[in-house]
Design a protein around this ligand. Structure first.
Ligand code: HEM
Length: 461
């Protein structure tokens, strides 16, 4: 090295500075829950300003009651929700408003009354048995993804109840398309916040469009085939045969496709998540888990559990209710007022995005004692009197309350009671909830499968 050369100081490359906006958007794409302000866990109403726009978060149960029950006609399902879901679900029951929604709700509500739901319990129990057989074929200690297993089970129930067996239907491909579609919704939210059009280039857009097209095509084919072929005792037939009790009208094929996709999407993923989070919480609390097992066994589970037995699983339902409090499968409701409204002293302009952040309401510091703790006793029969009806809203409320609530709670209780006496799931890492329309565990809740018989004989030895 020549002696006169000067030492060149090492160039220190500073870490790239991400503009706050970019950081914010990255987080929205990854997990909107992480950008929710801390105040929504403490306050009754909170106004956030972002890029010159206002978003209002409503947590006060009285205000929630006003919005959902007293004055629902003042609000529309939000533009954001439309952007997220309408490309796949068209103008089905979740995505429509006004007269169009009312008509569909009138036509379909009778199909989800308790007596109708009870007819599907044997299919739910049979699907749980098939899941038990799949798990039994795996060795004790096998690594599994709890959410994958539960998605399989609830999808099996969709295939049985909607499609009487699911033939001519590629169940894994459909499940995959729904997954691709939902996974890209973070981008839809980010683009909407930047006021960019939905066709703006973004990662994964091609896969998103393919998934949407696939979903619409296979469902359309299914309805067309059923119109040509024989009737079968399933929900797709019930959708075709259903009539408006006021006008005698049926739904047309587009409405049927929209609603089939709506019910498949709204029904299977949410219930699978409710189950996954329930198993996770149970794995942390052996005493509660033991009580659920005892209740299931007393009702004849796993082999002699009947639909009547499922109806009597009160404590198991308490556990599901508490899991839906801590991890509400639908983490937020979105609305936009069609006229200026005043909520808790805040003047809200027409068209403002309003969030009812169910996840935060359910963990609100002023509403719940020890809000982050898992305690199914909160849902003991007499305990409900102690709280405001609208501080617990996993299924929403008012005229747009989840039409599948009874179906979902029955299904969840049946599956828990069938599986828990035979298997334990040891969750291996603390899950991170990610809000992408639904509240999914990042990485799918990895767990170790334990066969209870094996555990018992190991103890004896
Ligand atoms: C644990 C499982 C479930 C949860 C947590 C859940 C949650 C919800 C929530 C919060 C809403 C209200 C949305 C709003 O007001 O903006 C809703 C609506 C809806 N749910 Fe569910 N749901 C579940 C299961 C199901 C099932 C099993 C089905 C179908 C069989 C279903 C079908 C629907 C439909 C069609 C709507 C729209 C109702 C309307 O707007 O009139 N859901 N659900």
């Amino acid at each position: 090295m020549p002696s006169d050369s000067k030492a060149i100081p090492a160039r220190i490359v500073p870490p790239p500075v991400q503009p706050p906006l970019l950081r914010y958007l990255r987080t929205v794409v990854r997990n909107p829950l992480e950008v929710w302000p801390e105040a929504i866990y403490r306050d009754g109403i909170y106004v956030e300003r972002f890029l010159g726009r206002e978003a209002v978060f409503v947590m006060d149960p009285d205000l929630i009651h006003r919005m959902l029950v007293e004055e629902p006609e003042k609000y529309l399902k939000s533009e954001m929700m439309q952007r997220l879901l309408a490309p796949a679900l068209g103008a089905g029951m979740v995505t429509s408003d006004g007269a169009q929604w009312r008509r569909q709700r009138r036509i379909l509500a009778p199909l989800f009354r308790p007596a109708e739901v009870a007819r599907y319990v044997p299919q739910m129990l049979a699907a749980a048995d098939r899941e038990a057989a799949r798990l039994a074929a795996m060795p004790d200690g096998a690594p599994i993804s709890l959410s994958f297993e539960m998605m399989q089970t609830t999808f099996d129930i969709v295939a049985e109840t909607f499609l009487a067996g699911g033939d001519a239907f590629d169940v894994p491909a459909l499940a995959e398309a729904i997954d691709v579609y939902l996974s890209s919704t973070g981008w839809v939210v980010a683009l909407a916040q930047l006021r960019l059009p939905q066709n703006f280039p973004r990662p994964g857009r091609k896969r998103f469009l393919e998934a949407r097209d696939y979903l619409r095509r296979v469902t359309g084919d299914l309805v067309a085939a059923r119109r040509r072929g024989a009737s079968r005792p399933d929900l797709i037939q019930a959708f075709i045969d259903a009539r408006d009790e006021e006008t005698g009208e049926a739904m047309n094929d587009v409405e049927i496709v929209d609603n089939l996709l709506t019910f498949i999407a709204a029904g299977h993923e949410t219930t699978a998540l409710a189950l996954s989070w329930s198993f996770y919480l149970l794995s942390l609390d052996p005493a509660v888990e033991q009580r659920v097992v005892a209740e299931a066994e007393a009702a004849g589970a796993p082999d002699r559990l009947t639909p009547e037995g499922v109806a009597g699983l009160g404590y198991t339902r308490q556990v599901v209710s508490e899991a839906l409090r801590l991890y509400p499968a639908a983490p937020a409701l979105l609305r936009q007022p069609i006229e200026p409204v005043e909520l808790g002293g805040v003047k809200v302009r027409a068209g403002t995005q309003i969030f009812i952040p169910i996840y935060a309401v359910h963990r609100h510091r002023a509403l719940w004692e020890n809000p982050d703790a898992f305690d199914p006793e909160r849902f003991a029969p007499e305990a409900g009197r102690m709280r405001h009806r609208y501080q617990y809203i996993p299924f929403g409320g008012g005229p747009r309350i989840c039409i599948g609530m009874g179906f979902a709670l029955t299904e969840a209780a049946a599956i828990l009671a069938k599986l828990l006496p035979r298997f334990r799931f040891e969750v291996t890492a603390e899950p991170v909830p990610v809000a992408q329309i639904t509240l999914r565990p990042r990485n799918g809740l990895p767990a170790i499968l334990r066969h209870r018989e094996v555990a018992a004989s190991a103890k004896a030895a």
